[in-house]
Design a protein around this ligand. Structure first.
Ligand code: ATP
Length: 358
């Protein structure tokens, strides 16, 4: 196995279309992360791949073979859920081995696989404990171990870290990256956390309303979002958006933001637009494009600070600055950025290609 493909996959629940014509090919060994807001269909898509839901239309293939009718157990897939779903009355060792035992695997083989997974996940010292005697992070390791012992080549993770606190999330994120690096298994991972998506994925699939909006490597999505939705979803704190207008002038198109206007490179679009600029690209003190306002709140985060600036039109813009913040709340400030760091979106929210003939 391990290449799998979705072709025009649709899932309907009565009148609701949860997945609406998804095409996706995943290569062997790839780590693909599905992200999107609540209700966008990412969990449903994962459940369709696992075989826990029936595909309404379209096809799923593994290594070129149609899988729509293949039961979950025969798809060569191991899944880790958000709720760890451990058996409370069994100790860790039995939790790890139970599915293998019930599938009729000889005891010695079960013990060997459990030992190997426990060693790999560093939970050998927990084998005698029951789930209630484990921390959240330890329980999650056991849940991952239960997928590992099945020795499948396709792993599905459904928001596996959402029940953990921030420190543990980071620890388990690093652990999941290590598991993928060392096993090289094809992995599909669902999350609504863009940080997990950015740090784990070879490729991110952004979903909205049951459809793929954009797929690409994390930095590709960060640098070249196809529309305002992706631009706002990838990157934290999220991109600032300001209303703008693109008008024709004799010397070429001009962009007006608040009361400032400047020349643009060649582009075809004219009309209402949105300018997007990430907090890390906005500087205090101005830049090529400069606006004035007042610092409304200053949040020092240690190595960096977030400065919330209220502009003359009352709109807020967030500035991420390095080191100790140079301003305090209520100070008048000037913010600016380089036009190369700014994005433009048309009135439908689609990215405006810059450089296209005007
Ligand atoms: P979340 O991040 O909140 O889990 P999600 O992106 O995973 O969201 P899904 O759980 O896939 O979203 O749901 C997609 C849509 O399908 C939603 O509108 C949801 O209400 C609907 N849906 C999901 N499962 C069912 C079901 N069994 N019956 C009816 N509607 C469902």
């Amino acid at each position: 196995m391990n290449r799998f493909e979705l072709k025009q996959v649709v899932k309907r629940f009565g009148a609701i279309t949860a997945v609406n014509g998804v095409d996706l090919a995943v290569a062997e060994g790839e780590f693909v992360v599905f992200v999107g807001p609540s209700g966008c269909g990412k969990s449903t898509l994962l459940r369709l791949i696992a075989g826990l839901e029936e595909i309404s239309d379209g096809e799923m293939q593994i290594d070129g073979r149609r899988m729509n009718e293949t039961p979950p157990a025969r798809r060569g897939i191991a899944m880790v859920f958000q709720s760890y779903a451990l058996y409370p009355h069994m100790n860790v060792e039995r939790n790890l081995g139970f599915a293998l035992e019930t599938a009729g695997m000889p005891r010695t083989e079960v013990a060997a696989r459990v030992g190997k997974a426990a060693g790999f996940l560093k939970i050998e010292h927990l084998l005698d404990r029951r789930p209630a005697q484990l921390s959240g992070g330890q329980q999650q390791r056991v849940a991952i171990g239960r997928a590992l012992v099945r020795e499948q080549r396709l792993f599905l993770f459904d928001e596996p870290l959402s029940n953990l606190d921030a420190d543990l999330r980071m620890e388990m994120r690093v652990e999941i990256a290590r598991i993928h690096r060392e096993l090289g298994a094809t992995t599909i991972y669902v999350t609504h956390d863009q940080l997990e998506a950015m740090t784990l994925a070879d490729r991110i699939v952004v979903l909205k309303d049951g459809k793929i909006v954009q797929t690409g490597a994390p930095m590709e999505l960060y640098e070249r979002p196809v529309n305002r939705f992706v631009a706002g979803f990838i990157g934290a704190p999220r991109m600032n958006f300001l209303p703008a207008r693109i008008e024709a002038a004799e010397a070429g198109p001009r962009l007006t933001i608040l009361d400032r206007s400047h020349a643009l490179p060649a582009l075809a679009y004219r009309g209402e637009a949105t300018l997007g600029v990430r907090p890390e690209h906005v500087r205090l003190g101005g830049g090529e494009v400069t606006l004035t306002g007042h610092a409304q709140a200053v949040e020092p985060l240690g190595g960096e600070a977030l400065i919330h600036v209220r502009l003359a039109n009352q709109q807020l813009i967030v500035v991420k600055s390095q080191g100790r913040p140079a301003v305090k709340a209520e100070d008048p400030v000037t913010v600016g950025w380089s036009s190369a760091d700014a994005y433009l979106f048309d009135d439908a929210g689609d990215a405006i290609p810059i450089g296209a003939a005007s």
